[in-house]
Design a protein around this ligand. Structure first.
Ligand code: UTP
Length: 487
């Protein structure tokens, strides 16, 4: 068989055949297949390649499904069809300050004590907008400590383990672009205090890019296709293929807390959210934040035919986006910050089939090798990239729930080098959160005229995981006059 199932989860290339000293030849079947799909140009440099390059190219070619790529190319102009507006409804949302939060917290804490929960961060993205030369998780985001995103997340997981007497497994999804550096970053820093055996790295699959005008595979070097990670939705295939899904189930893990590496505010395995997920026997639970305007650049969490569904902001028709209720509030107000809890049996069920989630097609600028062997850096979109999105799994859940949180408390993603969602705004958000916890503890930090903290503030997850814990630990007679880090 030539084509492997989509989503190769191998992070380093393996030799596929024992070619020994014999000059490597392209297997006839592969050559015919490439001709059939009019992709034989990828072999143009074959005779001039070193054997290692040939093997690499061969591995890449063997891992891709040319038939599926041809289909995707044929569908490139397919418009995302939004369901009829009459079918799109706002979801039922549990408010952030629901009266039964205390009971939910207790239920969630019990599950943490029983060791039924794992935390999973997706960190395979290329972080192209941030313009940082390492995996995004390595970005030093702590406003005072300069702790990396990875460290902040790992310390939350560690602190939860200490608090509940049971260490949660911490799963980190990487991609070929981030895998090696991420693993060494953790290893060199002794896994930030986590037991090494509770940290699991697994690598997501990749997808080739196609030339927009011709559908041809793009090469990034004479012996290498241009491949990129297959989207955060690739986590499902990768979890199954890596064997981790089965491993977690065998050790009694029943719920998976999912989050993205770029959000240092996330309350990892929030016990209240977890308790709610448990009490409703939800298969897929989601947090939402109120949208800041009709066309806020967040996915819209809505209900379509009784199913929890996300419609991307760019796909939501203006008429729907602008609709308001009798109180003047946006009718579709629930934004998706990508914080979920999945039931493990649900994930096992939905990952049984091969091509589980659909691919979303994006037009991007992709540097490529032209037929003269020159690298071309295009000025405008020249290629199609294919990604799966995790939120496409939500409509498959029979039982689901949605719980509100606020951006101020839980959502400040690091996306851009400057402007919105940049290091500056994320550090500001971490300082604001610390100032809010101080206020809750009866301590005031100096404020500017517009009410924002005038000095940098930061609270280590190892000092406190939430406002209550902070209030219980902090010295209430403290006076703050300058930047302060609570560790
Ligand atoms: P984004 O879609 O914001 O992508 O990812 P990104 O890679 O961080 O940044 P840009 O778009 O290239 O600038 C949201 C989350 O999903 C993860 C990212 O690591 C981030 O945590 N992700 C994204 C993956 O794990 N794999 C992917 O293929 C894509």
């Amino acid at each position: 068989m030539i084509a492997a199932p989509f989503g190769n989860v191998v992070c380093s290339f393996t030799v596929v055949a024992p070619f020994g000293n014999v000059k490597m030849m392209v297997p006839e079947e592969l050559r015919r297949k490439l001709q059939h799909y009019r992709q034989e140009h990828v072999l143009a440099w074959w005779d001039r390649l070193e054997d290692t390059e040939r093997r690499q190219l061969m591995d890449q070619l063997l891992s891709i499904d040319l038939e599926r790529l041809a289909q995707l190319y044929a569908e490139r102009d397919r418009i995302f069809s939004v369901p009829d507006p009459s079918q799109i409804k706002p979801p039922p949302v549990v408010p952030a300050d629901a009266p039964d939060n205390a009971a939910m917290r207790m239920a969630g804490e019990e599950a943490l004590r029983r060791g039924e929960v794992a935390a999973l961060v997706v960190a395979g993205g290329q972080g192209s907008r941030l313009d940082f030369e390492h995996p995004k998780g390595m970005y030093p985001i702590g406003p005072i400590s300069r702790k990396s995103l990875f460290q902040i997340h790992a310390e939350k997981v560690l602190a939860l383990g200490r608090r509940y007497g049971k260490q949660l497994p911490f799963l980190i999804m990487t991609s070929p672009a981030t895998d090696a550096e991420t693993r060494s970053f953790f290893a060199e820093r002794a896994y930030f205090g986590l037991p090494k055996e509770e940290v699991f790295f697994f690598c997501q699959g990749t997808m080739p890019a196609l030339d927009l005008a011709t559908g041809k595979l793009l090469l990034e070097a004479p012996g290498r296709l241009f491949l990129s990670p297959d989207g955060h939705g690739g986590v499902l295939t990768a979890l199954r293929k890596s064997g981790l899904l089965e491993q977690l189930r065998r050790r009694g893990i029943r719920h998976l807390f999912y989050f993205q590496v770029d959000n240092p505010l996330v309350k990892v395995a929030d016990p209240v959210f977890l308790g709610r997920h448990l009490s409703q026997r939800s298969e897929a639970s989601s947090k939402i934040v109120p949208k800041q305007g009709p066309k806020d650049r967040l996915g819209n969490l809505v209900v379509v035919e009784g199913r929890c569904t996300i419609i991307e902001y760019s796909d939501l028709p203006d008429s729907l986006a602008n609709e308001r209720d009798a109180n003047g509030q946006l009718r579709l107000w629930a934004g998706n910050p990508a914080i979920h809890i999945f039931d493990l049996d649900f994930l096992a069920r939905v990952t049984e089939g091969a091509g589980l989630l659909p691919f979303h097609i994006a037009r991007k600028k992709v540097p490529y090798l032209d037929d003269k062997g020159q690298v071309v850096r295009p000025q405008k979109e020249n290629a199609l990239k294919f990604e799966r999105f995790i939120f496409d799994v939500l409509p498959l859940a029979e039982r689901w729930l949605v719980m509100e949180t606020s951006r101020r408390e839980e959502f400040a993603p690091l996306k851009n080098a400057e402007g919105e969602d940049s290091p500056q705004t994320v550090q500001g958000a971490l300082t604001n959160l610390a100032a809010d916890w101080l206020t809750r503890a009866g301590i005031e930090a100096p404020r500017t005229a517009n009410g924002e903290p005038a000095v940098a503030l930061e609270i280590s997850p190892l000092f406190a995981l939430d406002a209550d814990e902070f209030a219980a630990r902090v010295d209430r007679s403290l006076r703050i006059t300058t930047a302060m880090y609570f560790e």
